[in-house]
Write a protein that binds this ligand. Structure first.
Ligand code: GDP
Length: 443
């Protein structure tokens, strides 16, 4: 679970705060010999927020006014184990040099910090709270751990550094992709790219089942097939088109038909003809797939007609990356619906794209990436003021979607978001899936 370490010098009220957050459910861990319970962990609950809290109290026996090596180690270990920190100081006593040393730890940790001005009952902490702005850890939250005051403000502050509470996350999306369920696939592309040929090849090759099945609407027809042990349900664009022809309608799939196919699918195969260059119509379809948030695989069909293929694939990949930066790195697979060459590779690419589309990045890894990406290329300042990006969290998968907390959402340029998306894509191998980042202002 999300873990928050309570840090700060002795006697500022860390344990009292810990006890208030954890209540009866206090659990002692780390009580192996030698570690002597100087690190307590418990499950905390505040409003609808659930998290693990680490207390670093219990080390008050060092020489007064100095940071013993052991206390430093202790604090560093707790910080390393945490996703976010609560830095606690005594607002009545004001800041001491020891507070400042602990604040340095907090700042260096590059993790979200909630600055807690404890012992603020009544207005006793006002002066100390004001003084604490100098720590550069943001706005102080005035609380009284002992009297339970200020817990609403603490809730707001913690909430802003934590992932969304469970009910806002689509529960279904947290579950690992169910591999027993067929992957829903649509094959789209310009007329004569070879979509029907490839679907027919798949159906004639797979020896298991070939039962066309009526979908929910009249035109929405899909076929289920098993390829090397994995089930796929394929939107039958071919059947659709045949019917259109019979009805003397358009020769090609209309935009509405393509949209229906894309919405049906989890993974969309954009089929192109190896003899043609990547064109505006292909781009439009790829863009549609991206906007609908589907995983994308690009298939280059009629490969049997091509010579000098690898150069062609490289140039196509360049075209894709150049024209479709939003799906940079999407897999490009050469196939022939006529000979069956490359079809296995296509089915593998579909499964990989599906897995990537379902991926969840662990919060700790995500934030390590986030801190590095922001440090490597900080966001531009807005009218002289530094734009602060605090924290990132993945809110859902299918496609991977993230929220970045920042000081001013409207001040983050599009180009900076693109930088973050590309960096995420590279760091976590998220090729072939759209990636969504939304900004939220830290409360
Ligand atoms: P669709 O409109 O995308 O469904 O395309 P079709 O499957 O109807 O194929 C269009 C034409 O391309 C037909 O004449 C096919 O025989 C031909 N075709 C499809 N796939 C291949 C392939 O892999 N190699 C070759 N040489 N021709 C193909």
């Amino acid at each position: 679970s999300f873990t928050i370490a309570i840090i700060g010098r002795p006697n500022v009220g860390k344990s009292t705060l810990f006890n208030r957050l954890v209540g009866q459910k206090l659990a002692l861990v780390d009580d192996e010999p030698g570690v002597t319970r100087d690190r307590r962990e418990g499950q905390a609950r505040l409003g609808d927020l659930d998290f693990t809290v680490i207390d670093t109290a219990g080390l008050d026996e060092g020489p007064r006014g100095s940071l013993t090596a052991r206390m430093q180690e202790q604090t560093e270990a707790a910080i390393a184990a945490a996703d976010a920190l609560m830095f606690v100081f005594d607002a009545r006593a004001g800041l001491t040099p020891t507070d400042r040393s602990f604040a340095d730890f907090a700042r260096r940790a590059d993790k979200p910090v909630v600055l807690v001005a404890n012992k603020s009952e009544g207005r006793h902490g006002d002066a100390g709270a004001l003084e604490s702005y100098a720590l550069g850890l943001g706005d102080p939250v005035g609380v009284s751990a002992e009297h339970g005051e200020g817990m609403g403000d603490l809730y707001d502050a913690l909430r802003s550094v934590m992932p969304e509470p469970a009910e806002e996350v689509d529960e279904e999306e947290i579950v690992e992709p169910d591999m027993s369920r067929p992957i829903r696939v649509a094959i789209v592309g310009r007329p004569n790219a070879g979509k029907s040929t490839v679907i027919n090849y798949l159906l004639s090759e797979e020896r298991l089942l070939t039962s066309p099945e009526a979908g929910t609407t009249r035109d929405s027809i899909s076929v289920e097939l098993n390829w090397k042990g994995r089930d796929f349900r394929i939107f039958d664009t071919a059947g659709l088109r045949r019917r259109s022809r019979i009805e003397a309608k358009l020769e090609k799939l209309s935009v509405a038909d393509t949209l229906r196919a894309v919405r049906f699918a989890e993974v969309v195969v954009l089929m192109t003809d190896a003899q043609n260059r990547f064109e505006e119509q292909d781009l439009r379809i790829a863009d549609l797939i991206e906007r609908e948030g589907r995983a994308l695989v690009i298939a280059v069909n009629k490969w049997d007609l091509m010579k000098g293929g690898s150069a062609r694939i490289a140039s196509l990949r360049n075209d894709v990356d150049h024209w479709l930066p939003q799906v940079r790195g999407a897999p490009v697979v050469a196939i022939s619906g006529l000979t069956g060459e490359g079809i296995d590779g296509l089915m593998t690419a579909i499964q990989t794209a599906y897995a990537v589309w379902n991926r969840r990045v662990a919060t700790a890894l995500l934030n390590r990436w986030f801190q590095q990406a922001v440090a490597a290329s900080p966001p531009p300042a807005v009218s002289g003021r530094r734009l602060k990006l605090n924290y990132a969290t993945q809110t859902k998968a299918r496609p991977p979607s993230f929220v970045v907390f920042c000081s001013r959402a409207d001040a983050v340029p599009e180009s900076y978001l693109r930088y973050l998306v590309n960096s995420l894509r590279e760091t976590f191998d998220l090729a072939g899936t759209p990636i969504r980042i939304t900004l939220r202002e830290k409360a």
